[in-house]
Design a protein around this ligand. Structure first.
Ligand code: FE
Length: 200
């Protein structure tokens, strides 16, 4: 960031790697052992917090009406049935069911919150001020720009994530997939469909 008060040549241009190292060093100095924990967080981000988890949840909901009912009633407890956990501070997982009349889309207008252990870490565009502000004010236009043109009679509901309430969209099961196995269904569920910026 440059500031009008900065003398020339003092613009901060440290690389992301240098900045990460600097933050880690400060945390280490405070006894928080960041250098040990960072690789584990990195591994979890790559391997554990992936949209594949949410895709399994969606596929189960499509094939098991009793599970679907439990999922809509209490998302956090229902995903635990599939061995999926959420951080303690994600107190609620609210699952938003798309129907032919209602399309749900999620955002975090303040920053970047998602149910990341279930639907995966947020993509860059989700964190962008452009998406966060505009999807609230002009959701139909934003969705159209992202390739999802909804019929005018479909109501769009935008859900703004908070620290303790996380959302995921339950997309509609595509036509022609009745009778598919759970595994095959899970393979067609995308992260974007669980955010609500795409349909399947
Ligand atoms: Fe946030």
């Amino acid at each position: 960031m440059s500031s009008p008060n900065h003398p020339p040549g003092l613009h901060r241009t440290a690389s992301i790697e240098d900045r990460v190292r600097a933050v880690q060093a400060v945390l280490d100095d405070h006894g928080l052992d960041a250098s040990t924990h960072a690789p584990e967080l990195d591994r979890a981000a790559q391997e554990d917090w992936v949209p594949r988890n949410g895709a399994r949840v969606v596929a189960r909901a499509w094939t098991d009406p009793a599970f679907r009912a439990r999922l809509l009633a209490d998302g956090r407890s229902a995903v635990a049935e599939l061995g999926l956990s959420m951080p303690k501070h994600h107190r609620h997982l609210v699952v938003l069911e798309n129907t032919p009349q209602v399309h749900n889309v999620i955002c975090c207008s303040l920053c970047s919150c998602t149910a990341f252990t279930i639907i995966g870490l947020p993509p860059d565009w989700y964190k962008d001020l452009e998406y966060r502000s505009r999807v609230v004010r002009e959701s139909r236009t934003v969705l159209k720009e992202m390739g999802l043109e909804l019929p005018p009679d479909v109501e769009i509901r935008v859900w703004d994530t908070t620290a303790d309430t996380r959302y995921m969209v339950l997309p509609m099961q595509p036509a022609g997939t009745a009778g598919w196995s759970e595994e095959r269904l899970a393979a067609i569920v995308t992260r974007d469909s669980m955010i609500g910026v795409a349909r399947l």
